[in-house]
Design a protein around this ligand. Sequence first.
Ligand SMILES: C[S@@+](CC[C@H](N)C(=O)[O-])C[C@H]1O[C@@H](n2cnc3c(N)ncnc32)[C@H](O)[C@@H]1O
Length: 461
Amino acid sequence: MTFVAHRDANQQLIPTPQDVDAKLLKILDAKADDPDFWSSKDRDRTDSAHNIFQYPAMMVPLVQRRLLGAVLEARPEIKSVYDPFMGSGTSLVSGMHYGLNVYGNDINPLAVLISRVRTARSVEFTVGAIAEQVVSEAMADRRDTIETSMANREKWFQADVSLELSRLRRAIRKCNDLWVRRFLWVTLAETVRLTSNDRTSTYKLHARPASEIERRALSPIAVFRDLARENAASFWAFRRRLNEGKQLKSAEYIAQTDVRVGDTRNAKDYWGNVAPFDLLMTSPPYGDNLTTVTYGQHSYLPLQWIDFKDIDPAADVATLRTTQEIDRRSLGGAASENVWTEEKLLAASPRLKHFADGLPAKPADGRARLIRFYRDFGASLDSILNVITPNSYMIWTVGNRNIAGQQVPTDLVLGELVEGLKCKVVTTLTRRIHHKRMPDRNASSATMREEKILLVRKIGA
Ligand SMILES: C[S@@+](CC[C@H](N)C(=O)[O-])C[C@H]1O[C@@H](n2cnc3c(N)ncnc32)[C@H](O)[C@@H]1O
């Protein structure tokens, strides 16, 4: 492909996309000498209200923000950032520090709730005081009606825990402001995570032994009160920073934010009226949820206590049909037909073919799951490329994983797939991870000690 030099109205040379690539590489090279640039060592745990819920595999806001800063230095005309696998919204809040329009979707309703709280354009200043009132009201509540109809409740919650969670739920429902309720639902979600009988050491649902459950004396109302105080404080630190950075006007975020419940395989259907986006920044799942990170199972218990209508009218309560349903609906979770046949996929990625062909016979479904995931991933790529502008950059943070003790070359496979779709891998960066919650210990397939960051440019229309 050749690029012709263009001049603007003032006869200034307009840089070609290749010139911009070169400029960006120079900027990144200059940062390469600074080991702290990519490191998460100096991260601040209250940064961008990052910790309001422990969502699995969260990106580090500081690192994403620095990456974004480098791209914006090379291409200051960028106005919007899109994350098609947004999780807890790290890319979006990073974009807010630069005053960008931020857009994201996720298949998991809990991810949408957290991201909506973090990316709200305007927020209620008195949320801390309102949370204290909610706590007082829950403490004064003497009713013993249980506010969830979930199956198997006794397995996951002690009787007095269910009682207090119900009292909190009733009190939250009485708040008038939608953003306040969402903030309180996220706080309740974290309370559920800490007070249920599920072990917090893994993302997969796994009840603690009965003896341990009996020994635990828990008060969800007290846990909620402490979390609400922390969350309100970290939220204000985030808003203060946005304000200092001149990204708020009359206390309202200066640009657009839009977060949706949605499957990325159909992204072009529901983003059609807002797209195209100027930049993509994301960390996709790196395998099917069941054998990597069970985002859905991790969200299952908290979602049982949250009013779905407060998340989004499109949030489907049927995702709570079973503990596996969200994971089943996620990439690679179930067999589905799409244009990415196994043949097309393996032709597009010789690395994937080589890896798949070399897999041992056990586990028996290892190969099938791998192919199923990448077929769905291919369909997502088609959709994504439809909603971003020509020559836009994509920043993909990818983790590697093992199947049968062998590491899937996720970064190389992604590189081959995008290059087959008229994109160029401009560079691949490696980031070592200092602190990262590990996925389920029992999933022999999961490792995430190193991340690769692929900087990709979509070529042409
Ligand atoms: C690695 S996580 C993203 C974490 C995020 N970067 C953060 O900092 O919190 C990947 C996300 O992809 C979502 N996901 C999986 N399949 C999806 C699909 N088909 N459409 C949209 N999102 C999906 C999962 O629910 C999960 O939240």
